[in-house]
Write a protein that binds this ligand. Structure first.
Ligand code: FAD
Length: 249
């Protein structure tokens, strides 16, 4: 199996590296600021895991599958990474999104309850029918309750995935991958082997998976340039990396 370099250790990169390691690939996972860092979309304390995505059934199915994987990871890691708080969708009388969510949940077989206004008020008394004003719930007439959905401890969960990937043989390093500057082909490559995550280095690889997210990549040179890097690297089979802030090109 070939050597795969995964750029970005957010939720997507961490799972990509983990699954590749499980399937026997040699994997190097790199992140400019660390797994689930505070600049990344996957940083912060929590994320909601819910199954309701309106009529977009593919997201419901993915989310349902991902919940199973997160729970299994949580158990393997011995950490409470997911909290089954339940998720409540409150709806107005004519609420197309919630109505299509209900239809999707029924079709896919995701456990849920359809609640009337009266049931809502008796189970969550803070939904007070007497209250009025823009912050009130007075226009809510029904709801969907997803009892098995809840909260994922985002930063800790992403770190746990990276730890499991490393346990399965992947290598993780703090390193920023620099897109090439200027025009034309890549020059200045070396055949140096991996030395240390502190020093500039190059890694020979077969495939690169860019999981660096548009939210952070522009600060590191732009998504287009990183995509160009991937294309050029496919030809050169070499990826250049260094510690955060190190400019290789
Ligand atoms: C405020 C907010 C709330 C959200 N709420 C929810 C929610 O409740 N439920 C839900 O399911 N989703 C939610 N999302 C969406 C979800 O968090 C993101 O879809 C997901 O975290 C994206 O993960 P990612 O791995 O693609 O990107 P990131 O987590 O951004 O990971 C990209 C990584 O790449 C690294 N990187 C970038 N460029 C380079 C480079 N050149 N070299 C090396 N490393 C690099 C970064 O340091 C970063 O760690 C939310 C997002 C935000 C921002």
């Amino acid at each position: 199996m070939g050597h795969v370099v995964v750029v970005g250790a957010g939720c997507f990169g961490a799972w990509t590296a983990y699954r590749l390691a499980l399937s026997g690939h040699t994997v190097t996972l790199l992140d400019a600021y660390g797994p689930g860092n505070s600049r990344a979309s996957s940083g912060g304390e929590t994320r909601v895991i819910r199954m309701g995505y309106g009529a977009q059934e593919i997201y419901t199915r993915w989310s349902w599958r991902s919940l199973e994987l997160w729970k299994a990871l949580s158990e393997r890691a011995g950490e409470a990474l997911f909290h089954e708080t339940g998720v409540l969708w409150m709806a107005h009388e004519q609420d197309e999104l919630t109505a299509s969510t209900l239809a999707t949940l029924e079709r896919v077989g995701v456990p849920h309850e359809r609640l009337s206004r009266g049931q809502l008020e008796s189970r969550w008394p803070q939904i007070d029918s007497a209250a009025a004003g823009p912050e009130s719930f007075e226009t809510i007439t029904w709801a969907i309750h997803e009892p098995l959905s809840g909260v994922l401890m985002a930063r800790r969960a992403v770190n746990a995935v990276v730890r499991e990937a490393v346990r399965e043989g992947a290598r993780y390093a703090d390193a920023v991958v620099k897109p090439p500057a200027g025009t034309g082909g890549l020059t200045g490559g070396t055949n140096a082997q991996w030395r240390s995550h502190r020093a500039p280095c190059s890694i020979h690889f077969r495939t690169v998976a860019i999981c660096s997210s548009v939210s952070v990549t522009p600060a590191c040179g732009g998504g287009m340039r990183l995509a160009r890097l991937a294309a050029e690297m496919r030809a050169k089979r070499r990826l250049f990396a260094g510690s955060p802030g190190t400019t290789i090109w």
